[in-house]
Design a protein around this ligand. Structure first.
Ligand code: N01
Length: 546
């Protein structure tokens, strides 16, 4: 491995600068990857499309944006100095606080000089002769690198604005939660329409309801949501938690989700109804995603799932005063948790406000956007602002927006035409020295993302070190191990209730996208063991070349 710019390759011959590694994206993944590359003595450059670092937490700056994994767990664990120095102020951190944290880490590690902001990578092609990736940006720059590491995120800038006719005629302003403006948006006293009631909609609605004149919520599929019960973390509690950080991090690594929320290993069906109700009530009061691990089979057995879903439906009917609105908010037709369980702060209670109206699109679909607002099959809603909380071309979208070409010029878009194919979610056969951090086929979005990101970055860094020590030029997933891994990812998903719902996990939210269950459900702990075993066996299932 080279200690300076890659050897055997003059910048002129390469048509631009040369690095050992290019990293695409400067969120949690890209920044930590840069840190590890520098520790290995490798030259690296990070390209980031945003005006600033932060990735998902840069783009999703809408009012109410907050993480649904507890702050203590949703943070880097690789440096005790960092985790002891930083102090979280709330149980679930807000988007601005997470962004401040990312800036704090970048400053402490002096990462910024190697990050090129406002630079979108448009293409990456493998040059089989030079054995280098040629990476092109929207600024007309082209650089060469031995390794190309995609830290592009799962829910980043690939925000989906649905093709509703008439948007261009709208006289007001429209925004997407996933691409929120960085200048303050004044919604006070305005008539606002929110389209979409997934995690983003469920956060933005209660956050803006008190200030807007009128809020119309355009709901197609109601979500299951449980209270977050966010609360301040006082300094004494924070000090106590920091003292136990080592044990907390170790427990997270041994868990299925990358964080521990009081799992119960009983079946929901082996206890009586009174016991179940008491268990659900305790978890509802405690708040957080621990609701879904109230019993071990909530996502494995429909009858077990029905007991939890029934509890939440009853809560919705009890909170929402207007019975017609309550009934419209009750989710039906898919298992609870098979679409992402939302955590909220007073979401259902927002519908008791006089200025909030639910528009049930299942009864009266959107017909078109008109200059003055949104017209449904039976009414026109006058609006000053439309907020699209309509989600993302998740997981594959951020990768496939880039024209990635492997051996023989094969476009990744063609290779993945029927769904993503990876080995361990880390590499793709035919694309040597290309790595994906927390992408399709890895636990990713069904885990604590920061834990999964650290695990991938560490694995990639160790792999590069192995190549260096053994004078190897490249690593590439073998086609048969990739096929076996994809089968395994599907088999594991097939044992759960997840595939029974249409969701962004399966690509169902984007027209024409292949329907494939994309994240790996085998659990963070087991997945990590598997990755470590593969490495210990000389990168079994990968092809290594001198
Ligand atoms: O997006 P979504 P999201 N007309 O795809 C609706 C993470 N996240 O941004 O289901 C009308 O879940 C769509 O309706 P339907 C988290 O992992 C985390 O909310 O297609 N409606 C749905 O209601 C999450 O799962 C946090 O019927 C339309 C909504 O838009 C992921 O990001 C916070 C429509 C999209 O929901 C994505 O969440 C926020 C149309 N034409 C996000 N098209 C936390 O950490 C779409 N919809 C807390």
């Amino acid at each position: 491995m080279t200690q300076g710019p890659a050897q055997n390759l003059s910048p002129e011959a390469a048509g631009g600068l040369a690095y050992d590694a290019v990293v695409v994206g400067a969120g949690f993944a890209g920044l930590y990857m840069l840190h590890r590359l520098r520790q290995l003595g490798l030259t690296a450059r990070v390209f980031e499309a945003g005006e600033d670092i932060g990735g998902t937490w840069y783009w999703n700056s809408y009012p109410g944006a907050r993480c649904d994994v507890e702050s203590l767990d949703y943070s880097y664990s690789f440096s005790d100095a960092l985790q002891q120095e930083w102090t979280w102020s709330e149980r679930f951190a807000t988007q601005p606080e997470i962004l401040r944290y990312i800036h704090f880490v970048a400053d402490r590690l002096n990462l910024r000089p190697q990050v090129s902001l406002r630079t979108r990578v448009t293409a990456a092609a493998y040059d089989e002769v030079a054995r280098r990736w040629r990476v092109e940006t929207d600024r007309g720059e082209a650089v060469m690198a031995r390794f190309c590491i995609m830290a592009t995120g799962c829910l980043t800038a690939a925000a989906v604005v649905p093709e509703i006719p008439g948007l261009g005629d709208f006289k007001g302003r429209w925004l997407h939660t996933g691409n929120w403006p960085k200048q303050p948006v004044d919604l006070a006293g305005r008539r606002v329409g929110v389209i979409g009631t997934g995690s983003s909609g469920i956060q933005v609605i209660p956050a803006i309801a008190p200030e807007v004149a009128q809020l119309c919520v355009f709901q197609r599929t109601p979500s299951f949501s449980v209270p977050a019960r966010n609360a301040p973390l006082d300094p004494a509690r924070m000090a106590e938690l920091k003292a136990g950080y080592a044990q907390r991090r170790a427990a997270n690594l041994q868990s299925a989700a990358g964080y521990v929320y009081d799992p119960n290993f009983q079946s929901a069906l082996e206890v009586d109804d009174a016991q179940r109700q008491a268990e659900y009530e305790a978890r509802w009061r405690k708040g957080g995603a621990g609701f879904l691990v109230a019993y071990k089979d909530l996502l494995l057995n429909q009858a077990a799932n029905d007991t939890a879903a029934g509890f939440v439906r009853a809560k919705i009917r009890a909170i929402v005063q207007d019975p017609v609105t309550a009934e419209a908010l009750v989710p039906r037709g898919f298992p609870m948790g098979a679409r992402r369980l939302c955590l909220d702060s007073d979401y259902y209670a927002s519908f008791n406000r006089a200025n909030v109206k639910l528009v049930d699109l299942l009864k009266s679909p959107i017909d078109r956007i008109v200059p003055e607002g949104i017209r449904t099959a039976d009414a026109t809603y006058a609006l000053d602002v439309i907020v699209f909380a309509t989600g993302f071309d998740a997981m594959t979208g951020p990768l496939l927006r880039i024209d990635i070409r492997g051996r023989g010029g094969l476009p990744l878009r063609r290779k993945w035409a029927r769904g993503p194919l990876t080995y361990l979610g880390l590499q793709v056969a035919g694309f040597p020295n290309l790595f994906i951090v927390a992408g399709p086929g890895s636990p990713s979005v069904l885990s604590n993302m920061v834990v999964s990101i650290e695990q991938h970055v560490d694995w990639i860094a160790q792999c590069l070190h192995y190549l260096q020590r053994n004078a190897l030029a490249s690593i590439e997933a073998a086609a048969d191990s990739e096929a076996a891994w994809v089968r395994h990812v599907n088999e594991v998903a097939g044992r759960t209730l997840y595939p029974l719902a249409s969701s962004w996990y399966t690509g169902a939210n984007v027209a024409g996208k292949p329907r494939v269950f994309t994240p790996y459900l085998g659990g963070v702990h087991k997945y990590r063991e598997r990755c470590e075993q593969v490495a210990a066996q000389g990168y079994k299932g990968f092809v290594l070349q001198r």
